[in-house]
Design a protein around this ligand. Structure first.
Ligand code: DGJ
Length: 379
């Protein structure tokens, strides 16, 4: 009799646990744990969003509870309401082959998946660091799906190519610059040399360094890879080929020497807005914002869009992507990570609606909770 009662109690406990896990979320609560349909905190960090055939797909870094290397790969979740997410499993798995570019123990960060309207394929770009080399490799990885994704290759972008806006004279000048002449960083001379292409020129033969990154697809279907190059000092915006699997060789530098990481971008009323972070490892810092009428620049730097308490630390977050809620005119959402280096897996997700001033300037305010369903009422 006693045993029977214990058994009933256990079964009831299991049923309750399952039903709690499957509870439906009605709001997004930035900074709180974000349980998936099974009740597990969503493990998709440095991620990005894709909308396809009525569903959102959230791709991000599957991070371990301890440590900094990639042991699983890129995880994907799906949702139809942006609040309740189903873990769809590993979209791109690490390789078990020794010496493989994405061998288990490498570092895969900030994956972004876009659909190529011409080929109908999904393409993933991500920041890749090779196993055992810390952050020295500074490469971009390419993968393509049907499903799951197939790793194609990794590289440093635009080997042998100079920025599109560099004249012959600029190239000649840059080629003369030598790192040995600028051993001390942050002096006015060093800043000038960086602007003129000290590290750019160093990296032209092998391709530009490529760390924090995003991918942007413009209205005409052309895709661009935006990444931190030159030891994280300078952003590059590089055009991808029609299949999104290579570079056309056209690229520009944005804010040379400005130390921008975590690029996120969107377009509203014909203006491109880019929100980035500074470079302070896993620690938060004050975001930066840029605007341009053309992706090719010029990019004008503006103050951080964050306002209110803790705005100087961007509410203790670092951006990862900006998306628009389907069916809204300008329901843009800033997706960010609140990194927890003690347990990257448990880093929190901060999603905040972007507001706009009368002149169109984006503003990000803290909200404790919001719902994409009530888009109008929270603005
Ligand atoms: C900041 C970057 O934005 C993250 O993606 C990660 O690379 C950390 N730095 C590593 O310190």
């Amino acid at each position: 009799m006693k045993l029977k009662r214990i058994l009933i109690f256990c079964v009831w406990g299991l049923v309750m646990a399952a039903s709690v896990g499957a509870q439906s979320l009605e709001r997004i609560t930035p900074g709180q744990e974000w349980p998936d349909r099974k009740g597990e905190h969503i493990n998709a960090h440095g991620g990005g969003l894709l909308f396809h055939e009525g569903k959102y797909y959230w791709y991000g870094e599957n991070r371990p509870a301890r440590g900094f290397t990639t042991e699983v790969g890129v995880e994907v979740y799906s949702s139809s309401d942006l609040m309740n997410w189903e873990d769809e499993g590993v979209a791109l798995a690490v390789s078990e082959e020794a010496g493989h570019d994405i061998e288990r123990g490498c570092i895969m960060e900030r994956p972004k998946v876009v659909r190529n309207p011409k080929t109908g394929k999904f393409v993933m770009l991500f920041h890749l660091e090779l196993k055992g080399k810390g952050y020295a490799a500074a490469r971009v990885g390419f993968a393509e799906s049907d499903s799951p994704f197939r790793f194609i290759r990794s590289l440093r972008p635009n080997a042998g190519k100079w920025p599109t806006d560099f004249s012959r004279r600029d190239i000649r000048k840059a080629k003369k610059l030598k790192e040995a002449d600028y051993k001390e960083w942050w002096t006015p001379e060093w800043r000038e040399a960086i602007r003129e292409g000290l590290l750019l020129a160093r990296d032209v033969p092998g391709g530009q360094m490529s760390r924090d990154m995003t991918v942007y697809v413009d209205d005409d279907g052309k895709a661009y890879h935006i990444y931190s190059a030159e030891e994280n000092l300078t952003l590059n915006l590089a055009e991808l080929t029609d299949d999104y699997l290579d570079y056309t060789g056209r690229y520009v530098r944005i804010a040379p020497g400005g130390q921008n990481e975590a690029p996120t971008i969107f377009k509203r009323d014909g203006v491109y807005w880019m929100i980035t972070s500074g470079c302070t490892g896993w620690a938060p810092n004050e975001a930066r914002m840029f605007k341009a009428a053309s992706l090719w620049g010029p990019w004008e730097q503006l103050p951080s869009p964050f306002v209110g308490k803790d705005a100087k630390k961007s509410f203790h977050t670092q951006g990862t992507y900006i998306f628009k809620v389907e069916g809204t005119e300008d329901g843009f959402v800033f997706m960010a990570d609140r990194w927890n280096p003690q347990s990257l897996k448990n880093s929190r997700h901060i999603w905040l609606p972007i507001d706009f001033e009368a002149d169109g300037t984006p503003v990000i305010r803290w909200v404790d909770s919001w719902s994409p369903k009530e888009w109008k009422s929270i603005r």
